[in-house]
Design a protein around this ligand. Structure first.
Ligand SMILES: Cc1cc2nc3c(=O)[nH]c(=O)nc-3n(C[C@H](O)[C@H](O)[C@H](O)COP(=O)(O)OP(=O)(O)OC[C@H]3O[C@@H](n4cnc5c(N)ncnc54)[C@H](O)[C@@H]3O)c2cc1C
Length: 486
């Protein structure tokens, strides 16, 4: 079918004003916040291509009609939330149709009896949380990117919010959904407490990053806003003590809303002028919340556990300052100054957490450059282990020299995570950039995922080339210009 005919047929389906054809509009959808794509954009280069068209559906029916048309003309498509992903999940590799979900932005109902909300997938995170707060609730999912992401993007990426230690990651919060499959049919998972009726269909879709289905509606748990809270800020002698404290708290069955542990470098940045950190250079922020009696009991337990690891309680200023800026990002400041800044979040069991940090830090200093920055914090904790959130940065330098070093840092951090038995991704998803490590992550499980993808989407229509799944014939190689030694 000629491009002109496709545009007019799609315009008939969703209105001409919702079919964006001009190059400037399409350029706005060419990449997300993948740091590698941002580095390339400094030179005016694209990692992939522009999308062929940008389509803005307003309903599940619109999405289904678009998908049926795309299947008929064999044109691949990519669901777009708001492009805050950091793994290149929305980057077109062959002028795919971009399905911008942001017109689907309404809360469809709050079910006060069952503490559930049903929301359209394109709703902005901040607007969603504000609307819930106005009704006395929270979704409990508060990513740093709250203001720049959509609820559909959260579910698609298996995201994690800053309060995950209490409320869980998004896969623990989403209990039902509607999604359009590659053949245009609408899949519905009813929002029920639990099931034992075979493998979880919900879990096949949550985390599929647009490769298996377009999520159009989500039903999620909601929680009444906590009646009380207490913040405890601690200076600890070393990282092992801080990790041990978090493990003790989670294994004792406490439900802190926030647990944030910072290594020496990240502690120093946040604790200027507070003496306790001179001798105890590692900070922990623990916040408990809920009914006042529970808060008092949990706070007393945390303080008792803290004494056992020689921690000293300090003023709460570092936590207050973090909370005031909890949805701000500093990445752009580094980018604008010519640095190569990136973050990698992985998970590891408690038994390997200290060794993982030490090994990555040592290898980056020895094998990348003594000027390379490496630091970490731990802000999602579980009874069995922890997410290690690492910041890696190279100083300004020639791009041709920087890109192989950037790749080397990823290989060290991700490779060592697998060697230490961890998972390569805690909440950012896998997108484009983590594709090469997906076999190492899943082993035989990756074969299962590839077979599911091939049978659900035999035309490879939905977000081809992501999650380690094959691209379509003729797709561009996103790493074609990465340079030698990679
Ligand atoms: C400064 C900053 C801080 C961040 N902090 C966090 C954090 O604390 N926690 C966290 O989890 N993430 C964080 N992220 C990553 C990012 O915000 C999340 O991955 C977010 O969930 C992406 O949402 P989005 O709507 O922008 O999705 P997009 O970036 O538009 O898309 C991401 C992927 O999801 C797919 N997708 C989007 N919508 C749908 C849909 N309706 N149906 C099917 N597939 C869809 C896309 O195809 C793509 O593969 C951060 C990012 C930045 C830039």
């Amino acid at each position: 079918m000629k491009e002109r005919d496709l545009v007019s047929e799609l315009s008939e389906l969703i209105g001409a004003e919702n079919v964006l054809v001009d190059e400037a509009a399409r350029a706005g959808y060419a990449h997300d916040r993948l740091p590698y794509a941002n580095f390339r954009a400094r030179e005016g280069a694209l990692v992939g291509t522009l999308p062929g068209l940008v389509l803005r559906p307003a309903s599940t029916e619109d999405v289904s009609a678009i998908v049926r048309k795309a299947s008929e003309v064999d044109k691949p498509l990519i669901p777009y939330g708001s492009g805050s992903g950091v793994l290149g999940g929305i980057i077109p590799l062959g002028e795919e149709l971009m399905l911008d979900m942001q017109r689907m932005n309404r809360i469809l109902g709050i079910d006060r009896e069952n503490n559930l909300v049903t929301v359209e997938a394109g709703m902005n995170g901040e607007a969603f949380e504000d609307a819930l707060n106005a009704e006395g609730y929270t979704s409990g999912h508060l990513p740093q990117s709250l203001t720049i992401s959509t609820v559909g993007g959260w579910a698609a990426c298996r995201g994690g919010g800053q309060e995950s230690s209490r409320f869980g990651k998004i896969e623990n919060i989403v209990v039902g959904l509607k999604a359009v499959m590659p053949d245009g049919r609408v899949l519905e998972v009813r929002p029920l407490p639990k099931r034992a009726s075979g493998p979880s269909v919900l879990d096949v879709i949550v985390g599929s990053e647009g490769t298996l289905a377009v999520i159009t509606e989500l039903t999620m748990r909601i929680w009444t806003l906590p009646a009380a809270e207490e913040a405890i800020v601690l200076a600890l002698p070393d990282r092992a003590a801080a990790l041990g404290l978090a493990k003790r708290i989670m294994q004792a069955g406490l439900h802190p809303r926030i647990v944030r542990l910072y290594d020496e470098k990240e502690t120093a940045l946040r604790t200027e002028g507070i003496d306790a950190y001179r001798t105890r250079p590692v900070m922990a922020n623990i916040v408990v919340c809920g009914e006042p009696a529970i808060v008092a009991a949990e706070a007393a337990l945390v303080r008792g556990f803290a004494q056992e690891v020689d921690a000293v309680e300090t003023e709460t200023r570092p936590f207050d300052e973090w909370r005031a800026k909890r949805y701000h990002s500093i990445t752009k400041q580094w980018l604008d100054r010519g640095y190569y800044n990136d973050t990698i979040e992985v998970t590891v069991n408690w038994s390997n957490a200290t060794a993982l940090y030490d090994t990555i830090a040592a290898r980056i200093a020895a094998e990348v450059s003594p000027d390379a920055h490496f630091s970490a914090h731990w802000s999602h904790v579980y009874p069995e282990g922890v997410c290690q959130y690492m910041t890696l940065r190279l100083p300004p330098m020639d791009q041709a020299a920087a890109l192989p070093l950037h790749q080397k840092m990823w290989e060290i951090a991700t490779g060592e995570t697998l060697v230490h038995g961890g998972s390569i991704a805690h909440h950012h998803g896998s997108g484009l950039f983590r594709g090469p490590w997906m076999d190492g992550e899943h082993g035989v499980g990756m074969d299962l995922l590839r077979r599911i993808k091939a049978s659900v989407d035999p035309q490879n229509l939905f977000n081809p080339g992501k999650l380690g799944f094959p691209p379509r014939a003729g797709a561009v190689d996103p790493y074609r210009d990465r340079g030698a030694n990679v």
